[in-house]
Design a protein around this ligand. Structure first.
Ligand code: SR1
Ligand code: MG
Length: 399
């Protein structure tokens, strides 16, 4: 079933029909812009004469990036609503204010954070955002703790697992992250200068590790994870904004999966930003800040989980178990991080961090990402913590 799609002319009447939004914006004086620049959805910002605004997100019945030739159920907005419900419950300050789901129209209404920046955009511009990496680490910790057996009863978690299956979106990730970059596939593309680097990814030793990580993605139903937590799914605050430095959005890939998948998405995307800064010869302090993001996120995550452990749900889960759980999550994060970086170089839906570079610099950055990511995937069992995470392996020649 396809529900009628909104456009800039119909949004005001839609909002006028929503009594619950009467206090949020004045529906009689709205100006509406469609601002969706992601791969999947319609996103509208509606602003009233007093300057109050709100965001409407509606799922399209196809993949926006590709077009109507790739149909995709509008039901993914239900998964996003489940994600926001959990985030509001467990990490309310780290998501935009959520005004709920209109299930009939497949529309979510959210706080307008247009004054903030998408983190990837800020990173591309060379802007440092102190505290953002810490806040997303806390986000992952709070939602993971609250939605897993660490923080909830097994009965509640089992019910949530059953209610949160998201097979269509998970299948996109299975294909785009874990399968297609390692075979000939029409979704793939890369600079000719990278031929040898990309084909080198198809050796048996690496493919065994990719398979192990894919199996973990397929089977480890640990917590309700975001499922697509790259730097394009995070807003960062303008300097001087009170409260958190970052807020997480775009939760339509949410499902019960491995906690390290979200942390890995962040690590892999920090690597892309780090590679961009390196080939652009960004100031040393900025490159050092980027190199430290993985540690900031992990340290905030670990600290938050340990803080909350005092109230953990099942006392049969021992302190030693927690140490082992954290080690496993970290190793998963390193492995998934490598694969999330590789997919943005080789597969569909590339990242602006590299795509907006000139040819020689783009190839150099991409080569550095592939080489580094591979060491993460294959060496993850030996990477004890962020201090041991291999930094960017930059090629000798950039130009
Ligand atoms: C077909 S959707 C392509 C990508 O966009 C989303 O942001 C996810 O990363 C997905 O893999
Ligand atoms: Mg997204």
């Amino acid at each position: 079933m396809t529900v009628p799609l909104l456009d800039v002319t119909t949004v005001p009447a839609y909002i006028a029909g929503r009594a619950d939004l009467a206090e949020v914006v004045d529906a009689t004086t709205l100006t509406v812009r469609e601002v969706g620049d992601g791969n999947l959805n319609l996103v509208f910002v509606a602003t009233d004469a007093a300057g109050r605004s709100v965001v409407l997100k509606q799922s399209l019945p196809y993949v926006r990036l590709v077009g109507e030739s790739w149909p995709l159920s509008q039901d993914r907005i239900l998964a996003e609503a489940r994600g926001y419900d959990a985030a509001v419950r467990h990490a309310p300050d780290l998501v935009p204010r959520y005004h709920g789901l209109d299930v009939d129209r497949r529309v979510l209404v959210l706080e307008d954070l247009s004054a903030w920046s998408v983190w990837r955009t800020a990173l591309d511009a060379g802007v440092a955002t102190p505290g953002a990496a810490r806040d997303v680490g806390r986000y992952v910790a709070d939602v993971a703790f609250g939605t897993s057996v660490l923080g909830s009863s097994s009965e509640d978690v089992r019910a949530a697992v059953a209610a949160s299956v998201n097979p269509e979106m998970c299948r996109i990730t299975e294909d785009l992250v874990f399968t297609e970059p390692y075979v000939d596939h029409p979704h793939n593309s890369w600079d000719a200068a990278l031929d040898a680097d990309v084909l080198a990814l198809r050796d048996a030793a690496l493919l065994d590790e990719v398979a192990a990580l894919k199996y973990r993605f397929l089977t480890a139903a640990q917590a309700l994870v975001h499922g697509d937590l790259h730097t394009g799914s995070v807003f960062v605050a303008p300097p001087g904004t009170p409260g958190p430095a970052a807020k997480v959005f775009d939760l339509e890939f949410a499902f019960y999966g491995p906690v390290g998948f979200d942390l890995g998405a962040l690590l892999g995307n920090y690597l892309l930003a780090r590679a961009r800064a390196a080939v652009l010869d960004a100031p040393a302090h900025h490159q050092a800040w980027l190199a430290g993001l993985a540690g900031e996120t992990w340290d905030a995550f670990e600290q938050r989980v340990r803080d909350r452990w005092a109230s953990h749900a099942d006392t049969a889960l021992t302190d030693g178990f927690l140490d082992a759980w954290l080690r496993q999550v970290w190793q998963d994060a390193v492995g998934f991080g490598g694969l999330k970086a590789i997919r943005r170089v080789v597969g569909l839906a590339k990242a602006s961090d590299l795509q907006t570079l000139d040819g020689p610099e783009r190839a150099a950055a991409a080569r550095a990402v592939l080489r580094t990511a591979r060491t993460w995937v294959q060496g993850r069992a030996d990477v004890a913590g962020p201090a041991d995470l291999p930094d960017l392996v930059l090629p000798d020649v950039v130009r």
